[in-house]
Design a protein around this ligand. Structure first.
Ligand code: FAD
Length: 472
């Protein structure tokens, strides 16, 4: 049954009790929209948030999870615990019926459900981008959710441990070689943190006397087809990142990509074959495939919206964040880039505009100029340009950490405590083996969930823990 909409105006606003706003996706945009709406409407409308997990994931700190700096729960914020007045429905939306004004979803136990709406907010974000390169889908792993970050942390630890116990120097070298493709902020941060992590593990092995042969430290390569690292950011940040990576021993190869990935390694564009068991795919993201399934007009997979974040022709449907092509009023003719900075601000504007559609306040166009960017380079290193002032080294690192603590909607003390502990204690080299290679396929419309061996998203009812790992 679809809830009714406007009733009698009250204090200059329409009474909207029982009107239902359904928000699909609780990332940067959806979380902020839900929070702002609940504070603005104060129970006057039912706010329902549909998300596969019960947490908001603070993606920028994910590289620190894969490097064992932060525990995974630190970068999550409980939805029911922090969103008052918002009903959480656990599920993945698989259909939108714009005519009937309802969505269908599948819950974590595989049951189908549906929800009618008066206003629909689509903030489904993005998924790993694939390129048509042979072997990549089978042998590479992406970096878009907790399962992938946990898999990578275990995988890295396991490679160092198996390299240390191997009698075969060729195998040992291959296990100690890590190839990251994509030198945007994700790939750069993964390589920067990964190198520090593996160096620390290798040194721990050597100190314990069950070490790797020789003094050589694990090899990390960072490839990008672009002529510089961080190609989408200010050139001064690129230079800082390149310098830090090179000093740390990460081999940066620009103008270079992968021709083929195999069980044993990676064939580069120039014909060189790199023996490795670790291909980490950070070439970027593409909008969530649900956008295409709506049948609405899209631009490069992003749902077209106007500057008020409304879908043209459907005034009851709104969208923003990575999933939406939002006109960039500061750069006419362009769309806003896929960043958390834009997503969170768009979520706020979107919520105000939804509230305005009920008579609360005035609708406003989305307009925001970049405030700069921070790139975490691990240890005390970072590159940052707050308000476009370029910074590097420990100062940039302090700015970066302060920014993340301010931007996190919860868990700040726990994150700060992990940073403090990491500064004074050795990195903990333990693999829990909870996430298997097959449960984090690169090609997935739900990178936020672990999958079962058959490829389906694992439900809480099915126990898939007996499958064997097929690490490449
Ligand atoms: C490793 C990494 C580091 C990053 N670092 C930075 C940074 O430092 N600074 C910055 O500005 N940006 C950064 N970004 C980019 C930033 O995280 C994204 O731009 C931002 O998350 C987009 O917000 P969103 O709300 O559109 O999507 P998301 O945050 O991705 O949220 C989408 C939500 O929708 C849910 N969802 C998806 N499909 C469905 C469905 N069918 N049904 C129900 N729910 C669904 C997902 O589970 C998720 O909860 C980083 C990204 C990554 C991957």
């Amino acid at each position: 049954m679809r809830a009714g909409s406007a009733k009698v105006p009250r204090s200059g606003a329409l009474l909207v009790s029982r009107s239902r706003i359904v928000i699909v996706g609780a990332g940067f945009a959806g979380y902020k929209a839900a929070r702002t709406l609940s504070r603005t409407l104060r129970g006057e409308a039912e706010i329902v948030l549909v998300n596969p997990n019960d947490y908001f994931l603070y993606l920028p700190l994910l590289p620190e999870v894969s490097a064992g700096v932060l525990e995974p729960r630190r970068v999550t914020v409980s939805l029911p615990g922090t969103l008052r007045g918002v009903r959480l429905v656990l599920g993945e939306v698989d259909g939108v019926d714009l005519g009937e004004r309802k969505i269908t979803y599948v819950d974590p136990e595989g049951e189908a459900g549906e929800l009618s709406y008066d206003r629909l907010v689509l903030t489904v974000g993005s998924v790993n981008k694939l390129l048509p390169i042979p072997g990549v889908a089978e042998h590479a792993h992406g970096f878009r959710g907790i399962p992938e970050a946990l898999y990578l942390r275990d995988h890295i630890t396991r490679q160092i441990e198996m390299a240390a116990s191997s009698e075969d120097p060729v195998e040992s070298d291959a296990r100690c070689t890590f190839v990251v493709v994509g030198a945007g902020y994700t790939g750069t941060e993964v390589a920067a943190h990964g190198k520090l992590f593996t160096d620390a593990l290798a040194k721990q092995h050597r100190r314990a006397g069950n070490g790797l042969r020789g003094d050589r430290l694990p090899r990390w390569m960072l490839l990008d087809i672009a002529p510089r690292v961080l190609p989408e950011l200010d050139e001064r940040l690129s230079r800082t990142a390149h310098r830090v990576l090179a000093k740390r021993g990460v081999e940066v190869r620009t103008g270079m990509s992968v021709k083929e990935a195999t069980q044993d390694g990676v064939l580069l564009d120039d014909g060189e074959f790199i023996d490795t068991q670790s291909l980490i795919w950070c070439v970027g993201v593409r909008p969530d495939p649900l956008v295409q399934e709506t049948g609405l007009r899209s631009e490069k997979g992003r749902l077209c919206v106007d500057e008020y974040l409304r879908v043209p022709g459907h005034p009851e449907v709104y969208s923003c964040g990575d999933a939406a092509a939002v006109p960039d009023l500061t750069h006419p003719g362009q769309y806003t880039p896929m960043t958390g900075q834009h997503a969170v601000r768009q979520g706020k504007t979107l919520a105000r505009n939804v509230a305005a559609s009920y008579g609360y306040g005035q609708a406003q166009p989305y307009k925001h100029s970049d405030l700069g960017f921070t790139v975490d380079l691990g240890g005390v290193q970072a590159a940052a340009n707050p308000l476009h002032v370029p910074l590097s080294g420990p100062l940039a690192n302090a700015v970066m950490r302060a920014y993340h603590l301010a931007a996190l909607p919860g868990n700040r003390v726990r994150v700060a405590a992990d940073w403090l502990l990491d500064a004074v204690l050795p990195r903990q080299g333990v693999q829990l083996g909870l996430v298997r290679s097959w449960s984090v396929p690169l090609e997935s419309s739900s990178p936020e969930l672990a999958h079962s061996p058959a490829g389906a998203v694992s439900s809480q009812r099915s126990d898939d823990s007996d499958g064997s790992d097929r690490d490449h």
